[in-house]
Write a protein that binds this ligand. Structure first.
Ligand code: RTP
Ligand code: MG
Length: 148
């Protein structure tokens, strides 16, 4: 089953949007298999955004994401990577359609409330950056037969 890494960014946490955002993904039918609030280290942030290392906004992006607690989540479901990106809306606030998360809650390109992995491969890499395998509710182990 496909997995993705979604994260309420520091602005979303500060604005008390966690509950409403979790609700949207539960309503869509996805399964939450891991979640925690934490403060990202600079090393984690630079690794997370490594694809943007050469961009002029890289420093600002890293400073923003470590500026306060984030709420990281691992979600599972059919096409969860692509569908959660549709639910998030476009990065550019002028293109984020109302009804999407960014279209409903964000007006700024940087403070845009939520992150979501852009491919299954990115998801795997991002999940490993923030979660230990034992923090995820993967396959339940078969029930132990108690022999009396
Ligand atoms: P994200 O990675 O946060 O889910 O967002 P995304 O895929 O929609 O956008 P991406 O291109 O990966 O960019 C990562 C984050 O960098 C900030 N950004 N700033 N100032 C700028 O021109 C600019 N462009 C991108 C945004 O906060 C974006 O979410
Ligand atoms: Mg991205």
């Amino acid at each position: 089953m496909e997995k993705t890494f979604l994260m309420v960014k520091p602005d979303g946490v500060q604005r008390h949007l966690i509950g409403r955002l979790v609700q949207r993904f539960e309503d869509r039918g996805f399964e939450l298999i891991g979640a925690k609030m934490f403060r990202m280290t600079k090393e984690q942030a630079e690794y997370h955004y490594a694809e943007h290392k050469e961009k002029p906004f890289f420093g600002e992006l890293v400073d923003f994401i470590i500026s306060g607690p984030v709420f990281g989540m691992v979600w599972q479901g059919e096409n969860v990577v692509a569908l959660s990106r549709v639910m998030m809306g476009k990065t550019n606030p002028l293109e984020a359609t109302p009804g999407t998360i960014r279209g409903d809650f964000a007006v700024d390109k940087g403070s845009n409330v939520i992150h979501g992995s852009d491919s299954a491969q990115s998801a795997e890499r991002e999940i490993a950056n923030f979660f230990r395998p034992d923090e995820l509710m993967l396959q339940e182990p078969p029930a132990l037969r108690v022999v009396q």
